[in-house]
Design a protein around this ligand. Structure first.
Ligand code: ACM
Length: 636
């Protein structure tokens, strides 16, 4: 068996999910249609595995390895199955009629047929693994069913910022495995920013020698209440980046690299000050910012935010960026090359005699048009290499480059405007829950985050197609993405906590038809099993708070609080005496009945403990019977 896939399987062991009572068979994202019929297929050693597809050998390996881990036996592989022989058949016959990335699964008592090609067949296997009962079940019985499935969006993405903090290759691979399992097909790799440049560029060695490390990092929110005084560094060699591209492509994931321009350029400028409008000017550092090391000259940033020292639009800068992008394009085969474009203050461009003269010479009426000129110059180069640019929604300002795709992050307006101008769009609005660096609950137990509030339910509720668009304009919405910025995410463990369960909600809004959305089924039937499997595999997931518990106060005198455990095998503990619940508090076994005397309040505090021992944040519900006591006379 292919070694890469055996590793992949190792990570997927025990992720099989089957809730036979669940009409959606435990599959995330929920398939387009599932039609049950009578009977079931019993998987045992007598079944054979037949690969009849053109490109399904790896998918067949993947499935057989999964069966070995899950059932304890391997299926004999054969080229054909006799009609009477119990078989699992991977085939591309009929796949031409399927939508891109689509697949069918047809289970009858004698045969399981997985139909698809390329990504489609791979996704058939992912869904099938999720349908299979978990290890330990006596007979492996798979209900007779026909599944027809294909994605709503062709771009289903997630962004990881590795500039603010560096994440090792091993974590990125593990993360990619999990993305593939949930049919997320784009990994947007945010490789450069003010706080670190993380990709080897052979022509510019100072990008790794200088720009890939900073002397310190602020503690807490801007401007910081201290500095860790520890160097933060790291970069990916081109060979490592190519390895990630290869690894991802085997899982039908495209890696979209991001090279930020013209803003968020402090790290590059620290390495090559001539890329600044003012090469001799010290990097601006707020007096209140606790800093590690010298404050003189050009510095890699140690604090967060938006900085005025952006790339100067000179021929030298364009030569530098074109050379950088040529190396990037040689590593990453993706159609899209992300060029950033966000949060580029125009202060230095306004001050710079060079920029002002350039604007006059080019007939540009303001600095927004200068930004548009900058982006269009880069676009021409990227297009000349057969690729397309994608940028954050600020690239609309001053006029959109002719072939650019817009990533709408400041709400939906940028995406709407771009679609109305017939440009492709990826929706990733922070205000709609797509910023997964935001916190997941209002509990004071939440760790320090950048701010914002984005529980998985908020992502789940989001429809990436804005209602204001016409049917024709809607076609430009190519997909949806969740972003993980890493200012406050220093470790893979914390990244895992931010990613799960939210990426499962993302997967469903990115893949499944809107009419198949069902938050109750997702939360109560499918998510608990998937979370238990992630927990078992050691992912540091965010353990959800009890299903059914209100964060808002409830009023009345007689309360019956009916809760459900959000992770299979987990337990809820609660208190009503203001103490912090733990294993020594009450174990929730049935709805909690509470009587609150008139004029008084109680606080229901809960905690969920996952099978691994991981804890949720504490959730509080105020039970308020604070209505004033109505005197008998007052009633008359
Ligand atoms: C962004 O969040 N600055 C794209």
């Amino acid at each position: 068996m292919n070694k890469v896939f055996s590793t992949f399987i190792g990570l997927l062991i025990s992720t099989s999910v089957l809730a036979q009572s669940d009409p959606n068979l435990g599959i995330i994202p929920v398939p387009v249609s599932i039609t049950k019929s009578s009977g079931s297929f019993t998987l045992d050693k007598t079944a054979i595995l037949v690969n009849q597809s053109i490109d399904g050998a790896k998918s067949a390996d993947l499935l057989n390895a999964f069966i070995v881990s899950n059932a304890g036996f391997a299926l004999r592989e054969a080229k054909v199955a006799q009609p009477s022989q119990k078989s699992i058949v991977l085939t591309s016959v009929g796949a031409d009629k399927l939508s891109a990335e689509g697949y069918n699964i047809i289970v009858t008592p004698n045969q399981i047929k997985l139909v698809g090609k390329g990504a489609g067949l791979f996704y058939a296997v992912q869904s099938f693994m999720q349908m299979m009962p978990a290890k330990g079940t006596a007979a492996i019985s798979i209900p007779a069913v026909t599944i027809n499935d294909y994605p709503r969006f062709s771009y289903r993405g997630t962004m990881l910022d590795v500039s603010r903090h560096y994440f090792p290759i091993s974590f990125i691979k593990k993360y990619i495995d999990q993305l593939a399992y949930y049919k997320i097909n784009t990994f947007h790799w945010h490789l450069t920013d003010d706080q670190g440049w993380r990709l080897e560029i052979k022509k510019y060695p100072k990008l790794t020698a200088v720009a890939s490390s900073r002397n310190g990092t602020i503690i807490g929110h801007y401007p910081g209440n201290g500095n860790y005084l520890t160097e933060v560094k790291g970069f990916y060699t081109q060979d490592e980046a190519k390895e990630i591209v290869r690894y991802a492509s085997e899982r039908f994931i495209t890696v979209v690299p991001e090279i930020e321009l013209p803003g968020h350029a402090s790290a590059a400028i620290a390495a090559y000050p001539e890329l600044s409008c003012f090469p001799d000017r010290d990097t601006f550092i707020n007096d209140k910012t606790p800093w590690s090391g010298s404050r003189k000259g050009k510095q890699v940033q140690q604090t967060w935010g938006v900085f005025d020292d952006i790339f100067v639009p000179s021929e030298n800068t364009f030569t530098f960026l074109n050379n950088v992008l040529d190396e990037v394009i040689a590593i990453f085969p993706s159609k899209y090359i992300h060029i950033g474009g966000d949060e580029a203050p125009k202060t230095y461009w306004k001050e710079s005699p060079f920029c002002q003269a350039l604007m006059k010479q080019k007939g540009l009426k303001d600095e927004h048009e200068l930004q548009s000129y900058f982006i269009q110059t880069i676009e021409k180069h990227v297009n000349s290499k057969g690729r397309s640019i994608i940028g954050w929604d600020e690239i609309l300002e001053g006029g959109l480059a002719p072939n650019a795709t817009v990533m709408s992050w400041r709400g939906e307006d940028g995406g709407i405007a771009a679609a109305q101008q017939n440009h492709e769009v990826i929706m990733t609005p922070g205000s709609m829950g797509l910023y997964i660096d935001h916190k997941q609950s209002n509990s004071p137990d939440e760790p320090v985050t950048i701010g914002g509030y984005a529980p998985y339910q908020k992502i789940y509720a989001y429809d990436p197609i804005p209602k204001v668009l016409t049917a024709e304009q809607r076609k430009y919405i190519k997909g949806v993405q969740a972003n993980m910025w890493s200012e406050y995410i220093k470790t893979p463990e914390k990244a895992e906590n931010h990613a799960f369960p939210r990426l499962l909600a993302l997967s469903e809004i990115a893949w499944s038809p809107v009419e198949r959305k069902d938050l109750k089924n997702f939360t109560e039937e499918r998510l608990p099993t998937h979370l238990a499997q992630l927990d078992k595999k050691g992912w540091n997931l965010w353990v959800p708070t009890p299903i059914g518990q209100s964060e808002k106060p409830l009023s009345g005198g007689d309360f019956t609080i009916d809760l459900k455990v959000p992770i299979k095998g987990g337990k809820i503990y609660y208190s009503l005496d203001e103490s912090r619940p733990s294993e020594s508090a009450f174990l929730y076994t049935k709805p909690i009945s509470v009587k609150v005397p008139q004029g008084e309040k109680r606080t229901l505090k809960t905690i969920v403990i996952a099978p691994s021992g991981k804890r949720s944040v504490t959730t509080e519900t105020i039970l308020d019977n604070g209505a004033p006591v109505v005197k008998a006379e007052a009633k008359k």
